[in-house]
Structure formats: C-alpha cells, structure tokens
Design a protein around this ligand. Sequence first.
Ligand code: ADP
Ligand code: GLC
Length: 489
Amino acid sequence: MNILVVAAEVAPFAKVGGLADMAGALPRAWTKDGHSVAIVLPKYGHIDVDTYGITKVADGIAVPFGHWTEYATIWTCPMPGAPDVPVYFIESTEYYDRPGIYGYHEGFEDNDRRFLFLSCAAFELCRAIKFVPDIIHAHDYHTAPCMPLLKVRFRHEPLFQHCRGVFTIHNMAYQGLYDPARAMEFCGFPVEDFYHGSWYEQDGVFNCLKAGIMFADKVTTVSPTYAQEIRWTPEGMGLQGALQARSGDLIGVLNGIDPDEWSPRTDLHIPVHYDRTTIDRKDISKLALLRQFNVPESDLTADLPLVGMVTRLTDQKGIPLVLEVLEEFIEAGHCRFVMLGSGERRYESFFVGLAQRFPSRVLVGTGYNTPLSHLIQAASDYYLMPSRFEPCGLTQMFALAYGTVPIVRVTGGLADTVTQYDPITFLGTGFRFVGYNADALRTAMYDALRLYKRTPHWDAIRSNAMNQDNSITTCARRYVEIFGWACEK
Ligand code: ADP
Ligand code: GLC
C-alpha cells in the first residue's frame, strides 16, 4: 500500500509532543511490513540540514493557493532508522523559516495560512515526486484540511482518484479555528459552501478538526477509551455531534511505542542497560540522575523512592493536582521528585521555586531535553500522570517498558494501558485513581509508595509492567487494516 503521511510534527525533526513520535514511528513500522511510505512536513527554521543529510530535490514547485499560485522548494532525506522511507520537507521561507513550530501561547497569527499551505502543498508534492498514494493519512487539525481537499479539489485527478483519506485525532483540545473567508479562499473551496451547519463550520468559524472528521473516509483516534469519551462526554470539546455522525467510521487505535528508541535494553541515553532480570540496575541510573542534578554526596541514596514526570506543562496533564499534593510528600520525606517539562510559565515557576526550597528532593529540568527524558524513565521508580484528559499518552507506556510504576488517572489511553495492581493476585501494572481531585491523587500516591521495594510486590508489579506489549507493530497493523476498509469504500 502507498501511504502518504502529512503532519506538522515528525520526530526526530520537529517535536512538541506525542504526535511527532507517532508520525515518525508508524512509517518505520509500515515499511518493515512492505508498504511504501512517504512523509511530508514543513521545513522549519530549526531543522538542521547537515545533521540529517537533507538535500534539495525540487525548486519552485507551484502550489495553487487561493486565487493565486505560491511556490515551495522540496527537500528530502531518508527517515533515520528506516532508509526506505523518504521524508519530504516543504520549504517556504515566508511560512516556516522562523523559530518554533506553532508559536508560543496564542500561536503565530498566520497559522491558518501556514498549515493550510502545508495541506495544499502535500498534493503538489505527490505530483512532483510522482507518488500515487492509496491513502493520505493526516494527523490533528494542522493537516486535517487534506481530507476536504482530497474530496473537493483533487478527487477527479488521475493521481488521486483511487486515493482515500484517513484522519487521526491526537487531541480534541486543539481544533484550528480559522476565519472562514480566509480559510475557504486559501483552500480554493467555493465560499458559498461555508454556511451554518456545513461540514467546515462550527460556532460560526472554519473548524479544521471538524472538516477532517466529516470529510475523511475513516476517522481514528489514539485509544479505544478516548474514542468513546469524545462522542459522549465533554471530552468531545463541542464536536460530539460531528463525531456521533461519523460513529460508524470512528475507530480507537491504541498508540504504540518504538522499541528501537524506547527500550532499556538498548537505550543510548542511559548509563546502564537492563531487562526484567537485571531491573535492579535502575538504581545505577537513579544515582546518575541525582548526580546530574548536583544532589550532595551526603544525600546520594537510592533508597528514597523517585517519582518522575516528563510532560508538557498544561492543565491537560493534571498539573494543578500535582501542585496541590507534591509539597506534603516532599516535606514528609516520602519521596524525591524529578520533572522535565515546559509549557505554561506559572507551572514552570512553581516547580523551579519548589526545587529551590528542596534542592536535593525536587529536581527540575525545563526546556526540551531528549536525553534527560530517557534518563528520567530509567531512573524513576514511579511515573506520575494524573491527566485531566489523555487521548492516549506515550510516556506511561515508556514507563511500563522501563519498569517504572505508573500512577495514573483513569481517563482516555491511561485507562487502556495501566491496570491496577492487586496485592492478592499479584496482577496489575500500576496505580489508578478516578476522581479528578487532589485527595484521589494523594491516596493513589500513598498506596503506590507503600509498596516501594516490598517483596514480593515490588518485583511482581515491575515485571508485569515490563511484560506488557505496547509495541508499535500491533498498532501499525491495525492502521493498515483500517486503510484497507477505507479503500473498499
Ligand atoms: P502529549 O503528546 O500530550 O504531550 P505524550 O505522552 O503522548 O503526550 O507524548 C509526549 C512526548 O513528548 C513523549 O515522547 C515525551 O517524552 C516528550 N516530551 C514531553 N516533554 C518533553 C521535554 N520537556 N523534553 C523532552 N521530551 C519531552
Ligand atoms: C496528543 C495527546 C497524547 C497522545 C499523543 C500521540 O498530543 O495529548 O495523549 O499520546 O497525541 O497520539
């Protein structure tokens, strides 16, 4: 099958969150199964051509945009770890050659233009490189407009007449709300097709996510529980109606993780490798991490449990609950806490402030740091993820693979990946709580910490976690099955 992946983030080139991991890992898995895959993303200013050996393939390809034509340059390199997968970068100095992917907080003012251009350019790229896709796989609101573009503008063209569109929702919270006159014009859609109740419209504005949902042949989201939640609960963020309308074509596919990148047996960023039988070596990573954060020698002990988090600092991730409970655990000396995160400034300041007050108990990294994100998974005893909502979540799956016991709120993909440990049967992989409140989190943390290094539970829970298979292969094959159904339509 020929699959074109179009995304605003693709690891390792451009990453803010798990979208990038998935857009990078799925193509690698598909190519192993013999599919032909190409990836398209913008050539952002920070992407270093020398690091990845990126070269120019086509200069000045015409992209009809609105009533005019713009031009893009195409660059390419093989996907690291998958030489058969070409990655294509759309260069437009005006749109992408600036620091950042989305812009801070409110985002760049011209994000409508930037991402609608990306969707339009993806089709012209296929023409330029003579790639005939069976499937265009678009991710999140940024490239959702590929779905209506395929059905409205390109469906009669020989290159795309057999092509089907599959749209994957990674997060309902970001919808791409644009000015209708601009968006319809940029995409080359008749302006009169935008009206109250049309497939492009929600609350009077152009809604990229809704358009993706309505025009796609199949819609997927990143866990079975989230697929239910978004139809029937406020997690649908106002698009419950659209999702219910597409119920028959909406499928939850649980994300997976790439063992080539996330395995304690081979991880390049951790001081010592381990597996289930040598899991006690985690303490070596723990001590290395403590040293990295300049914890004084007198306090260098692996005996105090270490609770870790690697996260975007937003409400989604349940940070307000952490703010409420963390200090009492630290003050009482129940655990140490390590966090790597960036996002909302008020949260960054809180954690930095706490680290100043408890320098050897609260360890905080800000900014984006891939090596540290791996070390935290290997070094921590527990991984905290008290999300308010969570479409899937990858970091709890990394934690499971690294024998780091997750403490999670039961929502979305967290509900699908972490099971409650039962000290009677010795089954279960972590600790769960339901209510979104500090008391529930506190109880789960106490329950979890009580088990620390207690035989036989500590061995049982960690080996259950490491035994769980969350590999990308199963997930990638499920997508191919869905692509097949889309092609039958
Ligand atoms: P989300 O996509 O909602 O942020 P996920 O759990 O799906 O949540 O994916 C987050 C990804 O981003 C993981 O690969 C995680 O390791 C990574 N990540 C998050 N924050 C940082 C950071 N500050 N530095 C490095 N990696 C980070
Ligand atoms: C989103 C979600 C996260 C999910 C990721 C990859 O950013 O917030 O839960 O794991 O996408 O699908």
